[in-house]
Design a protein around this ligand. Structure first.
Ligand code: PBG
Length: 334
């Protein structure tokens, strides 16, 4: 780092290298590319092609065929991967989230359809029970209505194996149970899914910004209480490093911080501490903020998209899970 000596003016003029687009491009330190994007998609098990998500204008729940179409769009735009989040008919939900382990369920069906028709695009899939439980929690409850960590692990293992059997490329546990990466990795090895990657939601905080997502997957109405006994407290940062170190030791190939923009300090700390591919999730509430302000004419949507995604790169992320992936890829192609 050059010493900051104020008296160097006028020899040093920081504005010289900002005076024209060509030199700004030449001196830019971090650059966002399409290779940084993972497209978050909401899929639903009904027949309607697209069902708008009220709290996320521009995002629709897609049916099976539309999900395959989206994968084709991703391929055309060179978006490397999709992340799938299911909305399941409430009649298929129960206390245990049994549907999560159904080998013929909707999620494995979507994975198979995309992998058959668009094998070039990577598929990540959330591992957590919340889309499938009647109470909206990521795990199962014991008789005292507490989330039972070790019982939940069994269900998460089952869910991961079902996804792996369907051909998912990356399982992405988002549940924040202790020991889940060990349990899932061991089961994948034991069942010869040695190439299935794990992207762990390592530092996932209990956040107000998940609101629109819970509407999108239909868990909001059902959710009893909050998720503070398993998701992290927003005051903590050392704890994020411990969580991440454990997940790496347990066999995660990639790690993630979530939410994104309010947690950029965590992204930077995780990325600079560990030599492991690090991702960040620009979540539903962040999406909703940008869209809502843009709809009011208070923000320029396209500029806000590129600026926020670039901020994640600057903080050290190797990639971003975002509902804006298609828009961003088009902007980056122009
Ligand atoms: C739950 C899960 C959540 C998201 C992805 N998986 C929310 C939650 O923990 O309730 C959030 C995604 C978003 O807000 O965009 N396992």
């Amino acid at each position: 780092m050059t010493e900051l000596v104020p008296s160097r003016f006028p020899h040093t003029r920081m504005r010289r290298t900002r005076q024209a687009d060509w030199v700004r491009r030449l001196t830019r330190e971090t650059v966002l590319t399409k290779n940084d994007l993972i497209w978050a998609l909401i899929v639903h098990d009904g027949s309607e092609p697209k069902i708008p998500v009220a709290a996320m204008p521009g995002v629709n729940r897609l049916n099976l065929d539309q999900a395959v179409e989206a994968a084709k769009t991703a391929r055309e735009l060179s978006i490397p991967a999709l992340a799938l989040f299911p909305h399941i008919d409430p009649s298929r939900k129960d206390e245990l989230g049994t549907e999560a382990g159904n080998p013929d369920g909707f999620v494995p069906k979507v994975i198979r359809a995309i992998k058959t028709e668009v094998p070039e695009v990577g598929i990540l899939c959330d591992v957590a029970l919340d889309p499938f439980t009647s109470h909206g929690h990521d795990g199962v409850l014991n008789e005292r209505d507490e989330i039972d960590n070790d019982e939940t692990l069994k269900r998460l293992v089952e869910q991961s194996l079902v996804q792996a059997a369907a051909g998912v490329d990356v399982v992405a546990p988002s549940d924040m149970m202790d020991g889940r990466i060990t349990a899932i990795r061991q089961a994948l090895e034991d069942n010869d899914y040695t190439n299935t990657m794990i992207m762990s939601y390592s530092a996932k905080y209990a956040s107000a910004f998940y609101g629109p997502y819970r509407e999108a997957i239909g868990s909001a109405a059902a959710l009893k209480g909050d998720k503070k006994t398993y998701q992290m407290d927003f005051g903590n940062t050392d704890e994020a490093l411990r969580e991440t170190a454990l997940d790496i030791a347990e066999g995660a190939d990639m790690v993630m911080v979530k939410p994104g923009l309010p947690y950029l300090d965590i992204v930077q700390r995780v990325a600079s501490t560990f030599d492991v591919p690090t991702y960040v999730f620009q979540i539903s509430g962040e999406y909703a903020q940008i869209i809502a302000a843009s709809e009011k004419g208070w923000l320029d949507e396209n500029r806000a998209i590129i600026e926020t995604l670039s901020a994640f790169k600057r903080a050290g992320a190797d990639g971003i899970v975002t509902y804006f992936a298609e828009k961003a890829a088009r902007l980056l192609s122009d």
